[in-house]
Design a binder for this molecule. Sequence first.
Ligand code: TMP
Length: 204
Amino acid sequence: MFITFEGPEGSGKSTQIKLLAQWLRERGYAVIVTREPGGTTIGDQIRHVLHDVENTAMVSTAEILLYSASRAQLVEQLIRPNLDKPNTIILCDRYFDSTLAYQGYGRGLDLAQLQTITHFATAGLKPAITFLLDIDVVRGIARRVDNDEEMNRLDLESVAFHERVRQGYHTLAQSEPDRWRWVDADRPITAVHDDLITQLAAIL
Ligand code: TMP
């Protein structure tokens, strides 16, 4: 089963994925944890280019294609080969919904075109379930600063940009309620984890 995690900056996705992976392994599942951009050697090199704060000259079309290139590599190299293995769960920190939220709703690029590019990069592979870890934008950014997390090129965007991203996530989640599961991420780590395992246990 392929499960993705989405959300604005500072929503705690990576912490929750780690806890969830441990919880699943304790229950006998084989768990593969990965992330976007990155997750493969080539993808990690692309991630470096995408997130380098020096790369302020990057145009939005190049940005989309680089995220998509990293995604194509991840799908072919890691996700598809493990998709149908018994008892195996792939947990991915961000996937194509990030492109729709950040480049589409955030940057205002054409959503239909982004869907076409995304479809090309993934050959149409969709996650079974997507958890939206939702948090107020200013609270999320403050969390990243408090936790001394690495700042990337997207972190340099305005609060208004991140607000559009968050609203974009809400729109995406509402448009496909069977795939999306909503989680209030503005709570202590254990409360968010309990919520996630309750929802996941019901699915499994
Ligand atoms: P993160 O690993 O800390 O979540 O950083 C990934 C950043 O890249 C985050 O700011 C969201 C951004 N991003 C996009 O803008 N488009 C995409 O398609 C993906 C996967 C990530």
